[in-house]
Design a protein around this ligand. Structure first.
Ligand code: NAP
Length: 261
């Protein structure tokens, strides 16, 4: 039985993870960390069926009592939490987005006695979207990415769109140059990601997490789209990561490695 602590336990993702962990016979939810609800009982705050008092910070945990930390917080908080996990030799599964290449380098350096998996998207369909987009990339001359999220998402563009664009840039270096010579409204062409590929971020009430990659070439286009309609879409991937992380030394980025794609 793996003992799991969830950081960001009262958040949208964290509370869904707490429920998923308590519903899995191979896992035990041993701690819930969330500073602004510290001291309260988890059950009335989140509806999660576990008799736990919410802790204020990683430091309130005894590392000997935890096998895996799952972090769905915010970028700056995740950096601190992961430092603690690496120092204490606790495995980490990270869904928090906004971590940079330098952050990943630091995780590679610091996770020496325990393991860490960072995945910007735990939905199996989103992982498939990225793989299919990589296969299509060499056959098209232009590509743009549109990501749509709920109205409360604070970072932009999404971690998934950044990873997607990184992989598109690695799959093909032969994209048409941007024809724009006059951007009448600043930002109209979106953000420029790796390989000068454009990313457009949409924030709308009612959305959860949606990604669209649109390829073009002479006389045709191809659109590959993935939609997460509900946060439950991420849970099979999160649970798979939690169960796999003890056997994956060092840093793993993305869920692909666990799906044998
Ligand atoms: P959210 O509802 O704002 O939840 C974040 C929670 O973390 C909040 O309850 C927040 O508390 C808490 N928190 C802040 N600092 C903390 C700390 N130091 N220790 C523990 N908890 C802390 O956000 P969300 O929608 O759940 O998203 C969380 C993250 O997951 C975001 O980065 C989002 O982009 C990402 N995400 C990833 C995936 C994926 O598949 N990888 C899917 C969806 C979302 P306060 O609100 O009181 O500050």
């Amino acid at each position: 039985m793996l003992r799991v602590a969830v950081f960001g336990a009262t958040g949208r993702m964290g509370s869904t993870v707490c429920s998923a962990v308590t519903g899995d016979a191979d896992l035990e939810l041993v701690a819930a960390v969330d500073p602004h609800h510290a001291g309260l009982d988890l059950r009335p705050v989140t509806g999660v069926d576990a008799d736990l008092r919410i802790l204020p910070a990683a430091e309130a945990l005894d590392p000997a009592d935890v096998d895996v930390v799952v972090d769905f917080t915010a970028t700056a908080a995740a950096r601190e939490n992961l430092r603690w996990c690496a120092e204490q030799g606790v495995h980490a599964v990270v869904g928090t987005t906004g971590l940079t290449g330098e952050d990943l380098d630091e995780l590679r350096r610091t996770f020496t006695t325990s393991n860490c998996l960072v995945a910007p998207n735990f939905a199996i369909g989103a992982v498939m979207m990225m793989r299919l987009a990589e296969l299509a990339a060499p056959w098209f001359t232009s590509v743009e990415v549109i990501e749509l999220h709920h109205e409360a998402k604070v970072d932009a563009p999404s971690g998934t769109s950044l990873l997607l664009v990184q992989r598109l840039a690695e799959a093909s270096g032969e994209w048409d140059p941007d024809p724009t010579t006059s951007e009448v409204a600043p930002g109209a062409r979106g953000a420029e990601g790796p390989g000068a590929i454009r990313i457009h971020s949409v924030r709308l009430r009612g959305m959860v997490a949606h990604h669209e990659v649109v390829f073009g070439t002479t006389g045709q286009s191809l659109t590959i789209r993935h939609d997460s309609y509900d946060r439950s879409s991420f849970m099979p991937g999160v649970l798979l990561a939690v169960k796999s992380i003890p056997d994956r030394p060092g840093l793993t980025v993305g869920l692909d490695a666990l799906l044998d794609l």
